[in-house]
Design a binder for this molecule. Structure first.
Ligand SMILES: NC(=O)c1ccc[n+]([C@@H]2O[C@H](COP(=O)([O-])OP(=O)(O)OC[C@H]3O[C@@H](n4cnc5c(N)ncnc54)[C@H](O)[C@@H]3O)[C@@H](O)[C@H]2O)c1
Length: 333
C-alpha cells in the first residue's frame, strides 16, 4: 500500500516505518527535522530508514500547506499516519505557539490532503494527556475529556474534534490513538527513561517529581507499533462501529493504547538500576506545572477492536532500552 507517515524521523515514526517497510509497503516519510531535541538522533533514525528502497523522505513542515502539497507531487497515498507534532507537556508551557502551528494548523493540512486524495484511512496520534484532571481510573474512552492540564493536551483533544468533523463532513475514515507514555529503543531524549539512564550513568541525582508519587502507564514501543499496524487495517465502518439504525454514522474511532499496568516511577527507576547495576541518587521534589499525577489506560476497547493490547513488562522493556542506549552511545557497563 502507499502510505504517508508524518513524523517519520521521530521515535514512534521511525519504529513504525521500519515495520511498514519490512512488510513491503511504499512509504513516504515526512519530517521537518526540528531541533526540539538532538537532531543527530533524528538523522540517525532517518539513516536507518533510507536503507530501504521502498522508502522516500520529504523534509517539510506540515504547517506549510502549499509546500507540503507541492513536494508530495503525484504521490497518491491510500493511508496516512500522522505522528508529526510538537510533543512534550512541559515545553508547551514555554512555547505554546509551536503546538498551535504543528499540531493544529499542521493537522488541518493533513486532513485536507486526506480529503483531496480520498484516502482509505487516516490514523493520527492523540495522547493520554487529554484525560488531564480526570481521576476515574482506568481512563476509558467514554470519559468526558474537557479538563486538559496543558496546551499540549488541548492540541491533541482538538485533533480528535477536527478528525471527527472531517469524518462527518467528508466521510473520511479516521482513527485517533491515545498513546500512553511510550518508551523503548530509539526513544526520546526529553522523556523520563532517557533522562534517568543518563543521570544514573553520570551519577547525577534523579528528580522524583510529586515526591515519588507519579504513576505512569508505560507502554513499550513494539506494542505501539503492533497496535498501529492492526488499527490501519481496521477501517471504521457502519458494521464494525455497530451503528444503530436511526443513529448518524461517522467513520471515526478513538482508542487508548496503553499497557493497563500503571507503575510508580520509583519501580521504573529500580528496573533501570538493575540493568545498569548502579544505584540512583534520588532527589524528591514537587510536581511540575502541567503534569498529570497518574495515567492508567483501560484497554478493553482496543482489545475488542483489534484483538490486541500492549503486554510488554517494564522489566523486559527497560532491558531492551538500556541495551540500545549503551550500544548507541558506545558506553561500557
Ligand atoms: N512518545 C510518547 O510517549 C507519546 C505519548 C502520547 C502521544 N504521543 C504523540 O505521538 C506522536 C509521535 O511521538 P514521538 O514520541 O515519536 O515524538 P517525536 O518528537 O520523537 O516525533 C515527532 C516527529 O515529528 C517531527 N515534527 C514535529 N513537528 C513537525 C512539523 N510541523 N512538520 C513536520 N514534522 C514535524 C519532529 O521532527 C519529530 O521527528 C506525536 O504526535 C506525539 O505527540 C507520543
Amino acid at each position: 500500500m502507499k502510505i504517508i507517515v508524518t513524523g517519520s524521523s521521530g521515535f514512534i515514526g521511525m519504529n513504525l516505518c521500519i515495520r511498514l517497510l519490512q512488510l513491503r509497503h511504499e512509504v513516504i516519510g515526512i519530517d521537518n527535522m526540528n531541533n526540539y531535541y538532538d537532531v543527530n538522533l533524528k538523522k540517525k533514525r532517518l539513516k536507518e530508514l533510507k536503507k530501504f528502497s521502498n522508502f522516500k523522505f520529504i523534509k517539510v513542515d506540515i504547517k506549510n500547506k502549499r509546500i507540503l502539497e507541492n513536494k508530495l507531487g503525484k504521490f497518491k497515498p491510500e493511508i496516512i499516519i500522522n505522528l508529526a507534532a510538537q510533543a512534550g507537556v512541559r515545553f508547551s508551557i514555554k512555547q505554546p505557539q509551536n503546538y498551535i502551528d504543528s499540531n493544529i494548523t499542521g493537522f488541518l493540512n493533513i486532513l485536507e490532503i486526506a480529503k483531496k486524495n480520498k484516502i482509505k484511512h487516516l490514523v493520527y496520534a492523540s495522547s493520554s494527556s487529554i484525560y488531564g484532571d480526570n481521576n476515574k481510573f482506568p481512563f476509558n474512552e467514554k470519559e468526558i475529556t474537557d479538563k486538559p492540564l496543558s496546551i499540549y493536551g488541548v492540541s491533541k483533544k482538538t485533533n480528535e474534534l477536527m478528525a471527527y468533523s472531517y469524518s462527518s463532513l467528508f466521510n473520511i475514515p479516521t482513527t485517533g490513538l491515545r498513546f500512553f507514555t511510550v518508551y523503548g529503543p530509539w526513544g526520546r531524549p526529553d522523556m523520563a527513561l532517557f533522562i534517568f539512564v543518563n543521570q544514573i550513568l553520570n551519577k547525577i541525582p534523579v528528580n522524583l517529581f510529586n515526591y515519588g508519587k507519579m504513576v505512569r502507564d508505560f507502554t513499550y514501543i513494539d506494542d505501539i507499533v503492533e497496535g498501529i499496524l492492526r488499527v490501519i487495517k481496521k477501517i471504521p465502518n457502519k458494521k464494525n462501529l455497530k451503528i444503530k439504525k436511526n443513529n448518524k454514522f461517522v467513520p471515526h474511532q478513538i482508542l487508548n493504547i496503553g499497557n493497563n499496568s500503571p507503575q510508580k516511577i520509583i519501580n521504573f527507576i529500580k528496573a533501570i538500576e538493575d540493568n545498569l547495576k548502579i544505584k540512583a541518587k534520588i532527589r524528591y521534589t514537587k510536581i511540575q506545572l502541567g503534569d498529570v499525577p497518574k495515567t492508567h489506560s483501560s484497554t478493553k476497547k482496543i482489545k475488542s477492536w483489534i484483538g490486541f493490547k500492549p503486554k510488554t513488562t517494564i522489566k523486559f522493556g527497560i532491558k531492551k532500552f538500556v541495551e540500545w542506549y549503551v550500544q548507541y552511545y558506545k558506553i561500557k557497563i
